[in-house]
Structure formats: structure tokens, C-alpha cells
Ligand binder design. Structure first.
Ligand code: ADP
Ligand code: MG
Length: 278
């Protein structure tokens, strides 16, 4: 039987993002704590709504240890709102971790950054290379969408939804802040592709090391220029050349020289690290 709003009790509001509001909820039948994301679809066109439904259906098939599990969706027609029910992640996210490290002036351990690299890569692999399905691109990789569990393992959230919701108006809304992770191809108005996810992953790993994004500028034009020529400094010297090498590959300006998700998994320095973790 499909769930209804009455099957859940709202506990608190976690926060609002670009597309809606997340609330912590309790499933009445067994007390399980979950979250739902409420999204208003009243202003969407019919084709956008269809896309939203198909994207949410795709999300339900994504089952992976490093991807936030999607459970269900409820549509409330009277409020033209869709509720996407998913796993609750209570270990914070990488955005919080970066800002608290910056505040205390303490760098993150290299071991931890390798673990993030490997787990994010394995989650992206699941989406970019789905058996008998088309690739799901993340499209909104950023520290705030990488959650941690109690053991500091990655849970990647907000998969794919950006595709539906990045229509003209919400795209502008998303990028109210500075789009530090925008790839050179996007700066040049080309379409989002798998390599754009790889670029964003590179920016995120760089930021975990340096505690600031690889490309920063006081205005958009300057930022665009730096992104397009690949003008950034090495990650802090406390990190190894191996880590620097892989992050530099993820940040290759030319799309065809940037590794695919398999290339990352098969990269010799990554393979060595995976073996160490096993
Ligand atoms: P955005 O990703 O644009 O910041 P979201 O709507 O995805 O906005 O998230 C709003 C808030 O809810 C954020 O603080 C985020 O950390 C939190 N959040 C989102 N999904 C989950 C989840 N599955 N578990 C716990 N917190 C979540
Ligand atoms: Mg989010």
C-alpha cells in the first residue's frame, strides 16, 4: 500500500535548500526516523512534472552503501507538493566539517580525504554506470550534499534531482552564491555531462584539503577565467604528491583529458589506497 502523509509524524525542520525544505520525520508503524524533502511543484510545467516523477523513480532504484537511500514519495495534490522520503543522516555533512576546520585552523587528515575520495568515487560509479539503465548524473555535487554516518562513511545525497529542477528559474536560484564548482565546459555554455560531476568531485576534494575552493575570485568574470585556464595552487604541502596528482587529474580543464569514473577507480595511486583500506 502506498504511504500517506498520515503514516508519518513531523519531528522538526532540518533546513531549507535550493529546492525545498527537509524535515525530520518518524514513521508511525515502527518509529523509524527518516527525513522528507518537501518540494512544491505547482509552478512546474507538465513536462517538468513528468521529468520529476521519472527522476524520483530512478532514485528509488539507486541502492548503494554510499548513497542516501530513498524510500518513497508522497504526492499531495491539494498542496501541489511532493514529499521525497529518505534515509536520515545524522553525522553532519562535509560543508560543516570544512567550515569547522577552517574556524579552528586545523587541516583534515590525509587518510580521511582518501577515504572520502574512494567512497565518493564508488557512489558515483554506481550512478554513472548503471546496469541496464542510463547514467544518473549527480549535477549538484557539493560538500553540503555529502553526508557522513556515525563512522564517518560517505552518504551521497540529492542525486539527479538537479536535472529536473535546474530549469531556467531554479538554475538561477541555485547559483545565487558563487558557482565555485562550475566546470570549464559549463562556463562555456556546453551541456552538463559525466565529466562535469568528476570536475565537481575534484573541487570538493581540493576544498577538503585546502579548506577553500580551488578557484576563487571577487567577481564572476575573473572566476570564469581562472576556471577555464585551470589557474589554481597546489593543495597544502602537508598532503602527498599522490593526493595532489589525483586531484589535479580531476581538475583537468579539457573534458577529454579528465578521467572518467572508471579511470579514477583504476588509477594506480587510487588502487594502492583501496588496497590499504581493505
Ligand atoms: P541544499 O542541499 O541545497 O543545502 P537540501 O534541501 O538538500 O538543501 O537540505 C536542506 C538541509 O537539510 C541541509 O541542512 C541538509 O544538510 C539537510 N539534509 C538534507 N538531506 C538530509 C538527510 N538525508 N539527512 C539529514 N539531513 C539532511
Ligand atoms: Mg541537499
Amino acid at each position: 500500500m502506498p504511504s500517506t502523509l498520515e503514516d508519518f509524524e513531523v519531528l522538526s525542520t532540518i533546513g531549507s535548500g535550493s529546492y525545498g525544505t527537509c524535515k525530520k520525520i518518524r514513521r508511525k508503524k515502527d518509529g523509524k526516523i527518516l527525513v522528507w524533502k518537501e518540494m512544491e511543484y505547482g509552478t512546474m510545467t507538465e513536462s517538468e512534472k513528468l521529468m520529476l516523477v521519472s527522476e524520483v523513480n530512478l532514485l528509488r532504484e539507486l541502492k548503494h552503501q554510499h548513497i542516501v537511500r530513498y524510500y518513497d514519495r508522497i504526492i499531495d495534490r491539494s498542496k501541489t507538493t511532493i514529499y521525497i522520503i529518505m534515509e536520515y543522516c545524522d553525522g553532519g555533512d562535509l560543508a560543516q566539517l570544512i567550515s569547522s576546520s577552517r574556524r579552528t585552523g586545523s587541516f583534515l587528515d590525509e587518510e580521511f580525504i582518501w577515504k572520502m575520495l574512494i567512497q565518493i568515487t564508488s557512489a558515483l560509479k554506481e550512478c554513472h554506470r548503471r546496469k541496464n539503465g542510463k547514467a544518473v548524473l549527480h549535477r549538484d555535487l557539493k560538500p553540503a550534499n555529502i553526508f557522513l554516518d556515525a563512522d564517518k562513511n560517505v552518504k551521497l545525497g540529492d542525486f539527479g534531482l538537479a536535472r529536473v529542477l535546474h530549469h531556467e528559474t531554479s538554475f538561477a536560484k541555485t547559483y545565487v552564491g558563487t558557482p565555485y564548482y562550475m566546470s570549464p565546459e559549463l562556463v562555456n555554455n556546453m551541456s552538463y555531462n559525466e565529466k562535469s560531476d568528476i570536475w565537481a568531485m575534484g573541487c570538493m576534494l581540493y576544498e577538503l584539503c585546502a579548506l577553500h575552493p580551488p578557484f576563487t575570485a571577487s567577481n564572476q568574470l575573473d572566476l570564469n577565467r581562472k576556471i577555464c585556464v585551470g589557474d589554481y595552487s597546489r593543495i597544502p604541502l602537508r598532503y602527498t604528491d599522490d593526493l595532489n596528482a589525483i586531484i589535479s587529474k580531476l581538475l583537468r580543464v579539457e573534458v577529454h583529458k579528465r578521467p572518467s569514473i572508471e579511470d579514477v577507480l583504476h588509477d594506480s595511486v587510487v588502487v594502492r589506497r583501496i588496497k590499504r583500506l581493505e
